[in-house]
Ligand binder design. Sequence first.
Ligand SMILES: Nc1nc2c(c(=O)[nH]1)N[C@H]1C(S)=C(S)[C@@H](COP(=O)(O)OP(=O)(O)OC[C@H]3O[C@@H](n4cnc5c(=O)[nH]c(N)nc54)[C@H](O)[C@@H]3O)O[C@H]1N2
Ligand SMILES: Nc1nc2c(c(=O)[nH]1)N[C@H]1C(S)=C(S)[C@@H](COP(=O)(O)OP(=O)(O)OC[C@H]3O[C@@H](n4cnc5c(=O)[nH]c(N)nc54)[C@H](O)[C@@H]3O)O[C@H]1N2
Ligand code: SF4
Ligand SMILES: [Mo]
Length: 745
Amino acid sequence: MSERTVCRTCPLCEATCGLEITVRGDEVVRIRGDAEDVFSRGYLCPKGTTLGELHADPDRLRRPLVRRGSDWREVDWDEAFAAVEGGLNGVIERHGRGALAAYLGNPNVHNLAGSLYVRPLLASLGTRGVFSASTVDQMPKHVSCGLVFGNPNLIPVPDLDRTDYLLMLGANPLDSNGSLCTAPDFPGRLRALRRRGGKLVVVDPRRSRTARVADEHLPIRPGGDAAWLLALANVLVAEGRVAPGEAAAWIEGIERVGVLVEPFTPEAVVSLTGIAAETTRRIARELADAPSAAVYGRIGTHTVEFGTLAAWAVDVLNALTGNLDRPGGAMFPLAAHSRPRVPGPGRGFQTGRWHSRVRGFPEVRSELPVAALAEEIETPGEGQIRALVTVSGNPVLSTPNGARLEAALAGLEFMVSVDVYRNETARHADVILPPPSALERSHYDLAFYGLAVRNVANWSPPVFEASGPSEAEILARLALVAAGQGAGADAAAVDEMLLVGVLQGAVASPASPLHGRDPAELRGLVEGDSPEDRVVDAMLRTGPYGDQFGAEPEGLSLAALRRQPHGVDLGPLEPQLPGALRTPSGRVELAPEPIAREVARLRGRLGREPGTELLLVGRRHVRSNNSWMHNLPSLVSGKDRCTLQVHPDDAARLGLTDGDAARVASRVGKLEAPVEVTEDVMPGVVSLPHGWGHTRPGSALRVAAAHPGVNSNLLTDESVLDPLSGNATLNAIPITLERAGGDVG
Ligand SMILES: Nc1nc2c(c(=O)[nH]1)N[C@H]1C(S)=C(S)[C@@H](COP(=O)(O)OP(=O)(O)OC[C@H]3O[C@@H](n4cnc5c(=O)[nH]c(N)nc54)[C@H](O)[C@@H]3O)O[C@H]1N2
Ligand SMILES: Nc1nc2c(c(=O)[nH]1)N[C@H]1C(S)=C(S)[C@@H](COP(=O)(O)OP(=O)(O)OC[C@H]3O[C@@H](n4cnc5c(=O)[nH]c(N)nc54)[C@H](O)[C@@H]3O)O[C@H]1N2
Ligand code: SF4
Ligand SMILES: [Mo]
């Protein structure tokens, strides 16, 4: 049989690497980095080569499953949707729509169907019970950007390829390949930064792989980032080094920031951060003196109690040093699919339009904190959640106090999961609807081109034809069932609504060259083999580089991208402010009131002696991807990676040696994990990766079950949230540690 080669963008993480996939018949023969990809230039990580393995995994679900007790039965699609209709309607009839909820997991944003079709699904569910992986992840950044720039999706990224100085906190792109900063070949880009004479400083309680390649590694006490960043700002103010440059014209609140940071002297934050005052002063001066600099913070800065404050302080430092929105600083991408801008001031950003029922958490971006999902299922009364829809998520392993959530899921009246595996979460579902594999769909990265360090666009065709309904069709049919239109309703209605919505948005915008045109006429010009592709075509053509349906003949369209299998480079990032701002003032509002209140709350921690408990942090490994790629033999082979890293001093004090089983306990739970004694963690800190714990009966992941590891989220605490964003605290968890076996005190 002859071989063929298909180029496509890897959808597994945020880096968007180009892959060259060689196929014979319905088999993947080989996957390499696409050397001609305009963005990744041949780079790929070990996960990128596994798309064929994922596709062929015998445990990957090919047909819908219906559960009765602990028995699973394969059914056809009509029967599956009929079962969903019966289950959802029953709950709606008995308890109303307030009893419905949805959880949306991470791969939704790596997939056109998830990005486009989840919204109509949520609208049809008609519930405020919406939860997602965003509140165990980046919600603090959305909130800080929402407050400061007026748009929670207007997130600055470090201008990696041009910066002279990168101060990176709580991120480990050598393993994660980058997050909220799409940059294929992050390792190569960091090497280039140092080669051109730039400096990389990594702030992390662990000597991560990224810290190892940095010019300087500053170990920080977990949870200390917000205080430390405020201390850097304090030094800039105290030493008269605030220099926002031309941006001063459209930034307000700089003086207020000066007042807010006043108590956070380098000396005052030493107990919270463990960083010497003179080091803090030196880094502040280096930041101010660098020709260009970017401060960048990620998971370790966000998934902590003061996550939003830390996310805000990152951008404050960029603004105070004149690096916001300038080359080499922190800049805003302009994605090819972005919507035409409405000029002038915006409506700003609000949270708390409603609140969670049990603990009263404010809604943020129409979501409630996933750390509150279990209690909303358990607690009786009006609005108690009785039915759950999960789409590509595994909250049992990925959200705090997984044991409590798992028990709550078991008590639901109905649950449906859209997932490619029967995993630790989906095993509680009554119906599982499996979409085709990633190779059986087209791809265009709607989420991550908006966070990329260069403006690029790339569309990938499917490698194989899907044997079942596409994920878009599954989600559309679910939406129609939830809307009461029945299991037999035609999904095309949802497709049309999405497509026409894009066109209507364009013709309604005075900023668009298509302003005033007839959407029906444009609809006739849209191309694409699938409904998702047609939406992408509409977005591209009406977007900032679009062909505007002929008015800009050289412009982008799906057809234009089809002709460029290695993607289109749209150039380095360009300044976007003040035009992109959506604040009511039309300016950067650097010192918003909710943030000021958080500063005051953190101020209350100054001078408090730190506790003596060990603090737990997470970590990632390049051969892992949250909870769901442990079923691939090539990724889990080798020595156990789910180890508890302990500093030699702590190990000696506790009588632990390498390979011992240790009992770890937190306020909410306990587990046993093998100890790895290493100087890579700072004293007082232990580290355990998340996404493991493949021990649950009823999941169907045979390879993962042979390399189970433990679920670190049995230890994370659902009671402590970042109040502004509702984000969970996944790092800096106080724990106790002892040798398992009971013979040691
Ligand atoms: N302690 C701790 N916990 C953490 C983190 C941490 O750093 N520490 N990180 C957090 C972060 S950043 C995140 S994003 C979350 C992730 O949390 P989740 O999104 O809940 O978990 P994942 O492990 O990403 O699970 C993804 C699921 O999607 C399925 N899937 C894969 N591809 C597809 C597809 O194309 N379609 C469909 N329908 N399903 C698919 C997989 O089988 C898997 O079940 O975990 C969080 N949890
Ligand atoms: N290989 C792989 N790649 C992935 C994923 C994966 O699971 N595996 N997940 C993807 C997802 S969903 C995401 S969101 C991204 C995340 O990408 P990153 O943000 O780069 O996440 P991590 O690699 O977990 O790095 C977080 C670092 O923060 C440190 N840390 C912990 N607590 C603190 C603290 O209080 N302060 C500071 N300064 N540092 C702290 C940890 O030691 C760790 O090194 O990765 C994505 N890419
Ligand atoms: S770095 Fe991310 S996008 Fe690139 S090959 Fe690896 S998993 Fe895929
Ligand atoms: Mo994430």
